[in-house]
Design a protein around this ligand. Structure first.
Ligand code: 2IT
Length: 446
């Protein structure tokens, strides 16, 4: 057997996935940081684990026709990328956003496999969604779209097969409509989605989990440096579920969140977000308008149209919106302004160049570690559904806290460099890889 070099391997992935820039970006980041480890463990190479892990087990792509409020027929595209089931049923969110493509979902499904492994819970990796734009849609349109989407998806999911959840554009309301349609079509009440309402099998803390988990992770990163979140200023991007949860927990830890952002621009609030302002984020999201400017009309602060929050002077930056939202120029600005830590709460929130620069100069942690709290509590929701029991808020929160502490430990275990610096990208990638790879080897060539 001829042994491939890293570049030869990456070239083979590039040739197989032409034009899939986001997917290739995610694969390159992983391969770059685990290649030495891969070579030092030839049994992985011999079993062609990376060749297998970069190929989804299955991709489902389907037409989603529906009728809008004007009576016009609309056609969207639906997807479910079932990436890897070595350690559990496929698990990962559904994204409804006009930017959704197969490449984007393949990047997210690939990342999800590592992330889910890091949580230590038995979940494989998957991702799905649609190019459906929720902006400006009525509640009825959202319901009809969700029903049309599930009319095909229901054939492919199941409590022990594939368990989707929310992501950008898919929150509690959408999960409710999706669940209702699944139940109607299958005549089965089952834990086939997570992020459900509390009345029908949802878990306490699931809405907060991604943001809470991100702050727990940042707390661990700082603690290792002998520091805490108290008194730190934080720039967040986004105004959805992740930013909301992160703001709540950051406030509780004594930090000051000074920015949020949307497609229209960003808000700088020198006073910091308080509980009332944080709750307002939920109203902004429910309005389906995809703007943050109304924040300054209500609470004051400054609005910067078309700009990103990374130009502000802060101690910590946490991108919470979408992939590649923080580029090299943004990274330079943050570092020049004295920022000390960047943690991705969005999946691949930084471009490869930005992540490289930040990791070299200050502390950086990647999305698959930082934002794993969301899917971790989804895993806890699945556990509760299987037991037909509900845990208390304290119980779920403490499990989440422990999971984030353990993910941080895993990153330190696999990511500590010879000079003592922690390479969180490498730590998360190797830490996520090992369990999946060992399970794949144990299960044979399937
Ligand atoms: O990116 C993510 O980890 C999610 N959107 C959550 C996935 C899940 O299954 O809870």
């Amino acid at each position: 057997m001829k042994e491939l070099t890293k570049e030869e391997f990456l070239d083979s992935v590039r040739v197989k996935n032409p034009g899939e820039d986001e997917f290739l970006q995610a694969v390159e980041e992983v391969v770059d940081t685990i290649w030495d480890f891969y070579q030092q463990n030839p049994h992985y190479m011999k079993a062609k684990i990376l060749e297998r892990m970069t190929e989804p087990e299955r991709v489902v792509m389907f037409r989603v026709p529906w009728v809008d409020d004007e009576g016009e027929v609309q056609v969207n595209r639906g997807f479910r990328v079932e990436f890897n089931s070595a350690i559990g049923p496929y698990k990962g969110g559904l994204r409804f956003h006009p930017s959704v493509t197969l490449s984007g979902l393949k990047f997210l499904g690939f990342e999800q496999t590592f992330k889910n492994s890091l949580t230590s819970l038995p979940m494989g990796g998957g991702k799905g969604g649609s190019d459906f734009n929720t902006k400006g849609k009525s509640d009825n349109e959202i319901m009809r779209f969700c029903q049309a989407f599930m009319s095909e998806l229901y054939r492919h999911i199941g409590a022990n097969t594939d368990v989707p959840a929310g992501d950008i554009g898919v929150g509690g309301r959408e999960i409710g409509y999706l669940f209702g349609q699944y139940k109607k079509l299958s005549n089965e009440f089952a834990g086939i989605l997570t992020g459900k309402g509390l009345e029908f099998g949802g878990s306490l803390i699931r809405p907060e989990a991604t943001g809470y988990g991100a702050i727990y992770f940042v707390r661990e990163m700082l603690a290792l440096q002998g520091e805490s979140l108290a008194g730190k200023t934080i720039a967040l991007s986004g105004f959805g579920n992740v930013a909301w949860g992160a703001a709540k927990k950051a406030l509780e830890q004594g930090a000051k969140v000074v920015t949020i952002s949307g497609p229209d621009g960003y808000v700088y609030d020198s006073e910091g977000l308080d509980e009332v302002k944080i709750d307002f984020l939920l109203e902004l999201r429910a309005s389906n308008q995809d703007v943050v400017q109304p924040y300054v009309e209500r609470f004051g602060g400054e609005f910067f149209a078309g700009k990103k929050p990374w130009e502000q002077k802060v101690d910590v930056a946490i991108p919470c919106a979408i992939q590649n939202e923080l580029n090299e120029a943004d990274a330079k600005l943050l570092i020049d302004n004295g920022c000390r830590l960047v943690a991705e709460a969005s999946n691949m929130g930084c471009t490869a160049q930005a992540a490289g620069l930040i990791a070299e100069k200050i502390l950086f942690a990647p999305g698959k570690a930082v934002n794993a709290g969301g899917v971790a509590v989804s895993g806890l929701e699945m556990a509760q559904n299987s037991m037909r029991l509900n845990w208390s808020e304290e119980e779920v929160n403490e499990r989440l806290n422990q999971i984030m502490i353990n993910i941080h430990k895993t990153c330190v275990k696999y990511g500590t460099e010879l000079d003592g610096k922690i390479n969180y990208i490498k730590g998360a990638n190797i830490g996520g890889f090992v369990k999946v790879a060992d399970a794949m080897i144990a299960q044979g060539v399937v």
